[in-house]
Write a protein that binds this ligand. Sequence first.
Ligand code: CUA
Length: 188
Amino acid sequence: MSAQPSPHGAEAVSEAAERRWAMIVAIIIAALVVMMVVTGLHWAAMPPSRVETVDVKSLHIKGEFVEQNLGTTMARDGGVMVRLIAQQYSFVPQCIVVPADMPVTFRGTSTDAIHGFVVGTTNANTMLIPGFVATFTTTFRKTGEQLMPCHEYCGTGHEAMWARVQVLPPEEFIAKARSGERVNCVAG
Ligand code: CUA
């Protein structure tokens, strides 16, 4: 006669299995909650790009983001740099000239609220947070004019906050930039 597990024994086994699985699910949920809290606090406390700070109070007066330093410049080594500021409710400069098919580095920050921008349908896209310098490098593939709207809600004027970006053929841009001065959208 083989040993039949008693009905009571089977119940105990299934109960233990259920409890084990409940425990595993509880551990998974707890791990997910911990991940949410840790990443939430971590990402909220600092911008996701390289952390570089700037003093909002003296931004207009001294340093990299004074007005005469904003806009597009080309260094001797051919490096193209765009510096810009976002404020309620405009970008400075309002029109940005960049070359196609050359790497362009953007450096920007905000003087008041959180702003952001995206250039047309390109991957030039960043947030601009007061106190932090946002920087990225991209290459524009298509020439022509693109719109650059603010894409972070920043107040009542948000939907009217945008700039234009003129993407020039490289040779035309280089001809304009050769003087070493800032390149602007004014023709000639
Ligand atoms: Cu600036 Cu929205």
